[in-house]
Write a protein that binds this ligand. Sequence first.
Ligand code: ADP
Ligand code: MG
Length: 724
Amino acid sequence: MFNNRFQALQAVSNREIPEIKLPSSKISDYFGVNVFDKLKMKEFLSQDAYAVIVNSIDNGVPIPRDMAEQVASSMKTWAMAKGATHYTHWFQPLTGSTAEKHDAFFEPTADGGAIERFSGDALSQQEPDASSFPNGGIRNTFEARGYTAWDPSSPAFIIGRTLCIPTVFVSYTGEALDYKVPLLKALNALDKAAVDVCHYFDKSIEKVNASLGIEQEYFLVDTALFNARPDLALTGRALFGHMSAKNQQLEDHYFGAIPSRVYAFMQDMETEALKLGIPLKTRHNEVAPSQFECAPIYEEINLAIDHNQLLMDIMDRVAQRHHFKVLLHEKPYAGINGSGKHNNWSLITNTGKNLLSPGKTPKNNLMFLTFFVNTIKAVHDHADLLRASIASVNNDHRLGANEAPPAIISIFLGSQLTEVLDEIDTSRLSKKIKEENSLWQGIPKIPQILKDNTDRNRTSPFAFTGNKFELRAVGSSANSASPMTVLNLIMADQLKKFKYDVDKLIKKGEKKDVALMTIIKRCIKESRAIRFEGNGYSEEWEREAEERGLANVKTTPKALDALITDKAEVLFEETGVFTKREAHARHEILLDNFYKKLQIEARVIGELAINILIPAALTYQSKLVENVKGLKDLGLDRTAYEAQLDIINKIAEHVNGLKKNVDEMINERKTANKVEDLRQRAIDYDEKVKTYFAPIRYHADKLETLVDDSLWPLPKFRELLFIK
Ligand code: ADP
Ligand code: MG
């Protein structure tokens, strides 16, 4: 039974800020207390074991069995000292959320007693009953087993009384069933390719890590109101609701004072996150009312993604104490800004150098230009894959619908770097370098003030922001591993090709720097089309992008095609990130997820319209009919009930409209369900079923404006959107 709107409103008005225990000490005192990080390993492990595990964390070297035994034993000691009774492998199946299955440390002994045990095997590998996770046809039932295997590069942590061990999730036959495996493979490919290119400039570089800082946007809504909206509760977004008279038009929410209930939630949530080693640094209001953002300091990418996944869980859990629901949906409220997850990405060497940070010397500038231009080229060549990696039914509301950012992948550089690239493009640089016989004369100077000075173009899906690129097209509920796998793998592939081309010139007798500049220049020329500095939301851009030959795929089922092209197959194979079977399995899972979510939305829409909204409208209409009858009985003439008749008629009109559209939608749904081909079924859901959502909503929202407020069953936007 869903809450009644008025009970919910009553509950909201009685809310008090819950008592929460915030640490009185400074953050550095409790940061990471619930993490088995290097500091604790040093304390709990023998010197040998510590050295082995650090080598594994830093260089991916596998951990021998006897060492795993030692690590497990000290992990248990540490965890039990902190009150843990259970452990779980924590992984990221393709459902999009995280998964865990808890086992107790305790084991009975032969003499009727019990001991706590945690073996190296239990740490290293488990076989969750995996047959009900999405697998895209990889696992048929007779080989239904899947393995989770420990990922030592992400430290174990304690939630409640459970020790959580980050793991990968693969099928019995070795195929990836999660987000982490392909990410780790892409990072590995990137590391190799980037180190090779680094060696043109600096032989001492041994490792290149991708780093990631994720800005997380979200909405908060009171639990009571949430529970009074079956659409929010079942689909994460309001499928009905007339726009509130006041929404974001006054632009008074962004960076405004944080409401005290929300502030209490944020502090509580941050404390939990910080204890789990998530370096949350920033919090503020976002543009829309009841929309907020938090961001940690960037970290190595695998860890940053684990932390973001964990953060989403923590937000949800902590919100309960504050009687809030966190809405991570990309577009919970039509007509109001949606939410994204900005992925700030750069490449950092083991020597601490950010490869996307322009240097002071010409030599450093050439190194910067190399990585900068290769990123642009990679995105240019594989924009379709990047688009596919952020595609989801929720994100279609942002990307395909004239909202931040558009479905057209383009790159924003800012005027200064645009000038630099244009200068290289049009000059005869390599010739100049040769003639002057000076290595660095031809390299344009890169302005030093970049970092604080990069133009803020909020409409670009992929923007350079001084010393990093920011992918803004990722959806707020997404697992960033999906786009980050693609970004890092296309970068790996591009760097490999770049090196091949440069080496070829060098073999022909070209000077190294001339060779580098020649290929950089070629990359700039070939990737021109992807660079765009203007307004990404404008219609002119849509037209111009089309002229430039850039893709503008607005919906998920078609965007996903990029995953199974021949071009993608070659790329996946060469970088070793996906086998053909894995790529096809993912394609299938994503299509399946797409149409099922629309199917759920369509069902909820039908049920709400027929069983909740129409009855409310008819109740009011009957009251009006009674009223008109009464006035007539009194002998009054038509002028006395003109307005009532008008409303009665309008209600009839919209009830009819609602019913008719719902019936037609249900028919289309039945037809779509029978379509065998999964891609076609997803497209039909998109183009034949979803198209009814707007007209249905139109009639329902009109009814909302006609019906007596005290009879309207669903909390209204003005009640959902503003938190006191
Ligand atoms: P904005 O101005 O876009 O709101 P900030 O400059 O505060 O953002 O940074 C946003 C995120 O980018 C933070 O998580 C920050 O740690 C991260 N970030 C900063 N430098 C880098 C980098 N070199 N690589 C990856 N992420 C970075
Ligand atoms: Mg940002």
